[in-house]
Design a protein around this ligand. Structure first.
Ligand SMILES: [Mn+2]
Length: 279
């Protein structure tokens, strides 16, 4: 309820901002409806016991929420915010401080959106209520820097990993999730731990899977867009495609490391990679 009180003055500010922009627009200075957005993915924040301790990535994320994110109108977290998520019940406790930082950001009037990653695919509505952010479907189109843009975590495009895609379909099944959420916490942790070990073993054997180019072209076609932004592969890059004579663009977000706390800023000037200053 605190959130509603905090949101109202923000709406007025946004309106004033738009009016101001309209005035500027008449001078041809500013693109009218381009908002300032920040996009990030693959922070892989580790869960920590509720003793007030925190790792460098957790602390960096809180600095991000209390710092540069406050200047944005929208923040898009494209999955794998958390290294592991065994359920909202445990996650809300283990990540209480990370969640409080998100809540402060939302209460300050910033719209925050979240897509599920392959690590935190079980994030649910209790997390959304606690933070005030909005859960997005796996594929979502938003106008980013004035361009309709497909947003995704990215694991859906790694279709060469047939075993993973099979697991993905099963694990995203609402009935499977309903059953999992009813298991005792210790059992859920064992299952999650086993899955992570499997994926580590697999990665050593096959090297990290990248996206499948046919899946990318198909996703562009289905979404009807010429730009997409995703994470997951930990291979930050800008890829350009010529599809039927039309230029398309795929931007891969960087995963977070203590020495590279990177996010994408999108506004009237376009897109650029930014780094959070070290503490
Ligand atoms: Mn991922």
């Amino acid at each position: 309820m605190q959130g509603i009180a905090a949101e109202q003055p923000q709406r007025t500010e946004v309106r004033e901002d738009c009016e101001q922009r309209m005035t500027q627009q008449q001078d041809g200075a500013v693109d009218l409806f381009t908002s300032s957005d920040l996009l990030l993915a693959d922070l892989h924040l580790p869960p920590l016991p509720g003793d007030g301790g925190a790792g460098p990535l957790n602390l960096a994320f809180r600095r991000f929420c209390d710092g540069p994110a406050r200047q944005a109108q929208r923040v898009f977290i494209l999955g794998d915010l958390f290294e592991v998520w065994v359920g909202d019940d445990a996650g809300l406790v283990e990540h209480a401080e990370d969640i409080a930082a998100l809540r402060r950001l939302v209460d300050a009037g910033v719209e925050v959106y979240f897509q599920h990653g392959n690590r935190d695919f079980i994030v649910g509505h209790a997390f959304a209520r606690a933070t005030g952010l909005r859960l997005l479907p796996d594929l979502a189109v938003f106008e980013i820097a004035g361009v309709p843009t497909l947003l995704a975590h990215g694991d859906l495009f790694c279709t060469d990993d047939v075993g993973y895609q099979r697991w993905r379909r099963f694990s995203r099944n609402p009935l499977a999730q309903w059953l999992y959420n009813r298991l005792p916490l210790a059992r859920r942790r064992r299952i999650a731990g086993g899955l992570r070990q499997d994926s580590h073993k697999q990665r050593k054997a096959e090297a990290i899977m990248d996206v499948n180019e046919a899946a990318i072209r198909q996703a562009f076609g289905r979404a009807g867009v010429r730009r997409m932004i995703h994470g997951h592969t930990h291979r930050p890059a800008e890829h350009r495609y010529d599809i039927g004579g039309v230029a398309h663009e795929r931007i891969v977000l960087a995963d977070w490391r203590p020495e590279r706390l990177e996010y994408l800023q999108a506004d009237a000037q376009g897109l650029r990679r930014q780094r959070l200053a070290a503490a």
